[in-house]
Design a protein around this ligand. Structure first.
Ligand code: SF4
Length: 191
């Protein structure tokens, strides 16, 4: 048991389950933060949130519910609507979510935070690291845990847990621009 507290920004249940399991196994006292104002439409946001809160309740993990303000998120990425996924729009999106997570960690007196975003093989790890490290630097004593959640068998464990729990597993990243992949490729899976 290392007993260290960590605030884990969570984007959805499929991306969180294996990460959460790893943190618990390694003795972290974990609090989840669901903050994803990027998700569109709101029904989809609620669906992903409910799936996560149901799973967290099963694991007896506390979830803090962030604000949903899609208009504010849209302003944040204004001018970058046509960027491809993994591009400059996504970096802004990561920064918005991780800045808020760092702010909350600091308010709660938790000195470590991480994000489940980096468990998706469709996301750019360097950009997530940039956003997380930059957010951590805003507060004295705060650290961003930049672990690659796809390594050490976690990718396989993620897939197993999705099946085991029969999670709702979304077919696009989250924002309205990311639904383009569904239109263009029909059955592309972006998680
Ligand atoms: S594609 Fe995903 S990460 Fe990129 S801006 Fe949209 S919701 Fe954010």
């Amino acid at each position: 048991m290392n007993g260290q507290k960590i605030l884990l920004h969570s984007c959805c249940a499929p991306c969180s389950a294996a990460v959460l399991e790893w943190l618990i196994r390694n003795g972290y006292e974990t609090v989840l933060f669901y903050y994803n104002p990027n998700i569109y439409p709101q029904e989809e946001y609620e669906k992903r949130k409910n799936e996560l809160t149901k799973y967290a309740a099963k694991k007896r993990i506390k979830v803090i519910d962030g604000d949903y303000n899609y208009n504010r998120w849209k302003q944040t990425v204004e001018g970058f609507e046509n960027e491809p996924e993994r591009g400059a729009r996504c970096l802004r999106c990561f920064k918005m979510r991780l800045n808020k997570t760092a702010e909350l960690a600091n308010t709660l007196g938790i000195s470590l935070f991480a994000t489940t975003l980096s468990s998706s093989r469709w996301k750019d790890l360097n950009r997530i690291d940039e956003a997380g490290s930059e957010a951590a630097m805003k507060y004295a004593g705060l650290t961003f845990l930049n672990k690659n959640w796809r390594k050490d068998g976690l990718q396989q464990r993620r897939n197993d847990l999705i099946k085991e729990n029969n999670f709702y597993n979304q077919q696009y990243c989250g924002c309205e621009y990311s639904t383009r992949v569904l239109r263009d490729a029909g059955k592309a899976v972006i998680i």
